[in-house]
Design a protein around this ligand. Structure first.
Ligand SMILES: NC(=O)c1ccc[n+]([C@@H]2O[C@H](COP(=O)([O-])OP(=O)(O)OC[C@H]3O[C@@H](n4cnc5c(N)ncnc54)[C@H](OP(=O)(O)O)[C@@H]3O)[C@@H](O)[C@H]2O)c1
Length: 317
């Protein structure tokens, strides 16, 4: 009986492997637009797809980032400046893409741009920070998707939305998790609504990786600065000892970030080039072997596992 079960599971994985390795044709004629290409996953994906021969339209936040990318890659890769929080910038980028893709439409769109707030507790952050994170991670993603959708629909193409494993299980970083849960919900509905147009939507959920967003010194400085600006009554509730322990905890976590960014960009590439892309890609060992199993546990158990090593606030009851 166990042998039979193992054979069935083996057969399932074999069939899945065979199905997923089928690649779409004419990749060299296909345009892919990627946001947030100045650094991190976006930058690596732009270079990876350019080497694979696709026509990459890379959106960078800064001219410096765009120049650097152009200098490293083939003439086929083109760049545009895009701030996803600005409607005019989105309209201009859409027009720029339309001029390039013409009647064939846009094959792939990767919503990758994103920001993290300082690694703080919910009470420590100002409302402006909440708005900033939402504007980039969720509102910007939605506005850009709506703007580019007619082009993607024309090509019966793909949309790849970069969420996070924190969009599957909210383990820390209240506002960031909320924005990524929004990305997951938006993408799920989009997938269901667009299935009849032949447009496929994939969600990529990376674990912890070392990029601009998780750069150690920058993150620790932002954390310290945020703590300095916390109102006095909140500081008293948590206490300096709590902050110091939290600071060290964050430092240890950041030091564990994976440096193998290909684990993420390979998922993105697969979503854009496979005949049968997956709906969700959980990228990284921490995602697959810790956070995903954790997300299926009863809430009380996952709460215990996630918070058992957290320090206690000064005014804890
Ligand atoms: N690193 C991780 O551990 C991790 C884990 C899960 C999910 N993610 C997600 O992966 C995606 C890429 O992040 P990353 O890790 O590669 O970090 P990153 O290196 O900081 O890349 C983020 C990119 O977004 C750009 N950006 C920031 N604000 C923007 C705006 N308003 N408009 C357009 N672009 C903007 C940044 O430009 P500048 O460099 O010029 O600021 C940067 O190029 C994000 O959606 C992030 O939430 C990352």
């Amino acid at each position: 009986m166990w042998l039979c079960l193992a054979a069935l599971v083996g057969l399932y994985f074999l069939l899945r492997w065979y199905r997923e390795r089928q690649v779409v044709s004419h990749l060299r004629d296909k345009y892919v637009f990627i946001t947030g290409c100045d650094s991190g996953f976006g930058n690596l994906l732009a270079r990876q797809l350019d080497l694979r021969g696709l026509r990459v339209l890379a959106a960078c936040l800064t001219e410096e980032g765009a120049q650097q990318l152009r200098g490293q890659m083939s003439d086929r890769l083109e760049t545009v400046i895009l701030d996803v929080t600005k409607t005019e910038s989105i309209s201009a980028a859409t027009q720029w893409v339309r001029e390039r893709v013409g009647d064939r439409g846009l094959w792939g769109m990767v919503n990758n741009a994103g920001i993290f707030h300082p690694h703080c507790y919910i009470e420590w952050l100002k409302m402006e920070t909440y708005m900033e994170v939402f504007k980039v991670n969720l509102i910007g993603l939605i506005e850009l998707t709506l703007s580019m959708l007619p082009l993607v629909r024309r090509a019966r193409g793909r949309i790849v939305n970069v969420s996070s494993i924190l969009g599957r299980i909210a383990s820390f970083g209240g506002i960031y998790c909320s924005s990524k849960y929004g990305v997951e919900a938006f993408s799920d509905i989009l997938r269901r609504e667009l299935q009849h147009f032949g447009v496929k939507i994939s969600i990529v959920e990376p674990g912890y990786f070392r990029t601009g967003m998780t750069e150690l010194q920058r993150c620790l400085e932002k954390l310290k600065q945020a703590w300095e600006e916390v109102p006095e009554h909140v500081k008293e509730a948590y206490g300096q000892k709590f902050f110091d322990a939290h600071y060290n905890g964050v430092k240890q976590e950041l030091l564990k970030c994976s440096t193998n960014l290909n684990l993420v960009t390979d998922c993105m590439e697969h979503a854009l080039t496979s005949v049968y892309p997956r709906t969700r890609y959980s990228a990284g060992w921490d995602s697959q072997f810790f956070f995903i199993p954790l997300s299926y546990l009863p809430t009380s158990l996952s709460d215990y596992i996630l918070t058992r090593s957290w320090p206690k606030p000064a005014q804890a009851v």
